[in-house]
Design a protein around this ligand. Sequence first.
Ligand SMILES: [Zn+2]
Length: 461
Amino acid sequence: MRTEATDDLRYDIQEELSSIKEFEVVMFSHAHEDHVKGASEFFYLKYAKKYQSDDRSHIKELWVSAAFLLDTDLENQSDAKIIRNEARYRLKNAEGIRIFAAPDTLKDWLEDQEIDYDDIKHLIVHAGEIISISGYEDEIEFFVHAPFSDDSEEVQDKNDPSIVMQVRLLNDDYETNILITGDTPYSVLDKIVEFSQEQGNEDRLVWDIYDIPHHCSYTGLNEKEEKNTRIMTPTENVQWLLEQAQDNAYMVASCEEITEDTSPPHIIAKRTYEKYTASDVSFLATMEHKRLKDSKPSPIVFTIDDNGIALNEFADTENKVIEKCSYHHMYFRNTEQFISDMFPVRALYLLRINCKVSQNGWRDFFLIDFLRSKGYLRRHKSLDFFIESTTCPAPYDIYWKVRNVGHVAEEKDCIRGEIKPGNAHHKESTDFYGEHFVECYLVKNGVCVARDRIDVPIGNI
Ligand SMILES: [Zn+2]
């Protein structure tokens, strides 16, 4: 759904995927525009010449539901209609396609098209079946939970026959399970849980990643009651499904940043997902997944191997560790350096630093004296840090470190803390509220032989 607007921060999926010239499988969950947008510009489609330029990516196998194939309520020229036409073409040719569910209406349509059901029935997948991909049998399995054939006739809401499956990735003895839900509503999830329990297929509902249905809408949980404004109660079966999370599992919502006003995503649904899953399960939303408060959202990338699943760190251009502020959970770069990582440290000499504080219209004063009064500095002052005394004989090199501490610094992604060479004086201006400290180091013959530190408390006026 990304547009060319400069303030559209969504991932350019066409660009990111353009290096892949052939996809083993492309699945469209259902026929809503937010699940097919851009497909007709990107894929090589067999049914019409105009979609066959060289730069397009090929689809070995196209997976769509019977409801999608039979949908007659699609806008002309829409991506959904174009994909539907491609699916029909492939089914007629009995090649490069799988159709999910077999409602009676599918049989009627085949008859109209003079296609013999027996010729294509190996391309039909029913709920409860496992799909494997030739050549990858030992690595990946798809257990199909939905759509059910009954939900694929006289479709009122295109979301209802979304394809729901558990993708199982096999690495040595380790299994990682991903539940893909499309925009399926809670009523279908209820049915899936019921059927799986009846059939003894409970293990096909365990998950390491739960693709939260319908962009974190409340419809994936239960009906919404008027009185519920903060949190909902999921249906019993959805509660059970949420309990099938494996250790350190992830829920991923494909949606914008979640606020009280977005619909969907509903903040009430987010709270409900968090409440009804174990405390080691993490909630992620695609547009909330940012390196830093002001940066663009980054794709959510997992590494899945024989150790299980891990969420990748944000790749950072400056190679700094990204951490989360404990207060507002904003990301910041941990840029702090430590003198002991740079030089051996031996406290051979004394060093005393001080700081002259000045501001227009005020008399200058020294920070050491001021600190005895336990006050806070006002903002917008100039600070002149300097070496007051040392027992270390010259020559030596001088290094300074300025570190901003606390959640304000973290949220501004400005904790600083780099150690830089300098002179006997080091100038700073008081910038923002919070705790700061400055350290000075003397380095002689490659050894840090003296150090001192001064605290710089800055108030919020
Ligand atoms: Zn959708």
